[in-house]
Design a protein around this ligand. Structure first.
Ligand code: F0G
Length: 503
């Protein structure tokens, strides 16, 4: 056994060591700070598992202009809204930044066309910032959801669709371009992740683009087909393990101890640097306004924290006057955050054995639990859990808006309904849902829903009478007919009844 590991090690090149000059440059541009004990380290000292050797906390990337505020952030939840904490020196100029970011939109250079690297001034993580591994990620659309807003009785409801425009169809691309560019600069030849499907698809694409080899660990039979096909298409070594996502993470941690593979799970702090640019892009799209609420689906719990970091940095730089509330929505069957909040006010993680059809967020032991709790607390956000029936209905409603999304993303709309019903979100507040993945990621789910085979009786029985009526109106099962015009006309006639959706 030992021999096999030794021999496989040969296949992995050791990372090239970076020269003294480049180390100095990197130290000058950013540091990694533990979110647990606040110990700061140089990027070159990052442990392979990106966990603090003292307290096992995860790292955040901090910059000279952000460090003071971030140091205070974990000590004093909520206090980041105070402008008095801003460091006085080395602050990028807000107006100059806004101008520069707009200017780059007309450029034909890939680095400027990327919706992540267009904001590179606020993620100076590369020695060669003009040449990242990019597939022109980001630049994702912001749609209104008029029918959902009307039925909820709220005035302003938008969806930032990270599944559209991103090259592999999910928000993971915004983080992957950043972290994979770091892997390449640091001389790694192999990268790896454990995934519920989207991280692996994204990593495989960016690794292929960069000429790196990638290893994907996914739970066998528990990821959507679209995602599985992507990692194969992009040439990753795709390993389906007979376990769940949390089991894949455990094996991956063993692997990186034995082999010089660069870890690209969301514990890698550079992923958040790319994902945080959603905040910059959203504020631009809203012409400088900040919504009151942002809702994200929660799995490994990194995305909400990354978006929160983006907004915090904008606040520190006086690009915005206040923070939005960031709320995280989980599936009832994969709810460790909600459970921890109910059992101990979010002080310690209560892991669960996760089970939900929204396979992207089927995670019981989320790595970024602490970061997510800090983000929710410091922004005044909420948490909610939603049932399988509620997710399915919300997904069909988003589909009926002509947008569509994968099941995990629809948890946001289902969660919004709960927060509005509970008075946590009021009608005049502006709400943005983060839709994280494209509807084609998981076509099987959609087909099962419309054929009526997705939800079982017990799940449907949980729906309210109006929910049941909505399910009936939204379900559009495919019909198999003879190739005969009259038969087709009869089928069309049958659906020309007044629809509850049009009232
Ligand atoms: N939505 C989608 C579509 C996802 O793929 C994920 C996570 C999430 C939401 C949750 O984001 O983990 O930052 O809280 N997918 C990971 C993966 C775990 O491996 O693709 P999170």
């Amino acid at each position: 056994m030992q021999l096999r590991i030794e021999s496989s090690t040969q296949a992995f090149a050791r990372p090239r060591s970076s020269g003294t000059l480049s180390v100095l440059m990197k130290v000058a541009s950013h540091q990694l700070r533990c979110t647990g004990c606040a110990a700061a380290i140089s990027p070159d000292a990052a442990p392979a598992d990106f966990r603090c050797p003292v307290c096992s906390g995860l790292y955040d990337v901090v910059y000279p202009w952000s460090s003071a505020a971030l140091r205070n952030f974990s000590d004093r939840p909520g206090s980041v809204t105070s402008g008095s904490m801003m460091p006085d020196t080395n602050l990028p100029n807000p107006s100059a930044l806004r101008w520069l970011w707009q200017e780059r939109r007309t450029s034909t250079m890939p680095v400027d066309q990327s919706g992540v690297w267009r904001f590179r001034d606020l993620l100076p993580i590369l020695q060669n910032p003009e040449n990242p591994v990019t597939l022109r990620e980001g630049n994702t659309p912001l749609y209104d959801l008029p029918r959902s807003a009307k039925s909820l009785g709220i005035d302003f409801l938008l969806a930032k669709h990270q599944g559209i425009s991103n090259p592999t169809g999910s928000f993971k691309d915004t983080g992957m371009t950043a972290a994979l560019s770091v892997a390449l600069e640091r001389g790694y030849e192999w990268v790896a992740c454990a995934s519920t499907g989207n991280t692996s698809a994204s990593m495989a694409a960016y690794a292929a683009r960069a000429g790196l080899r990638s290893v994907v660990l996914i739970p066998e039979g528990k990821i959507a087909w679209g995602k599985l096909s992507q990692s194969m298409d992009y040439g990753a070594v795709t390993l389906q393990l007979r376990t769940d996502f949390d089991g894949c993470v455990r094996i991956l941690n063993e692997l990186i101890r034995r082999l010089p593979i660069y870890l690209l799970n969301s514990v890698n702090p550079y992923r958040a640097e790319g994902q945080k640019t959603l905040a910059f892009e959203l504020v631009e799209q809203l012409e400088g306004q900040v919504p009151e609420h942002i809702l994200v689906p929660g799995g490994n719990l990194a995305n909400g924290a990354a978006i929160g970091k983006g907004f915090r940095e904008m606040l520190e730089l006086r690009l915005i006057p206040r923070l939005p509330k960031i709320s995280v929505i989980q599936a009832e069957g994969a709810n460790p955050l909600v459970r921890s909040w109910m059992e101990n006010d979010g002080e310690t993680l209560v892991p669960v054995v996760a089970d939900t059809r929204a396979s992207a967020i089927r995670i019981g032991n989320p790595a970024s639990f602490r970061k997510a709790v800090d983000t929710i607390r410091s922004t005044g956000g909420w948490i909610a859990q939603v049932s399988e029936q509620e997710i399915a209905l919300a997904k069909a409603e988003i589909g009926a808006e002509g947008i569509g999304c994968e099941p995990a993303s629809a948890a946001t709309l289902a969660g919004l309904k709960k927060l509005v019903a509970g008075g946590r979100i009021t009608p005049e507040e502006r709400v943005v849902l983060i839709l994280t993945g494209h509807t084609l990621k998981d076509p099987e789910y959609t087909i099962d829903y419309h054929r009526g085979t997705l939800l079982d009786r017990a799940e449907l029985a949980q729906a309210t009478p109006s929910g049941l009526a909505l399910h009936a109106a939204l379900r559009k099962p495919p019909q198999v007919l003879d190739a005969d015009t009259d038969t087709v006309l009869r089928a069309i006639d049958a659906v020309l009844l007044p629809s509850p959706l049009s009232s």
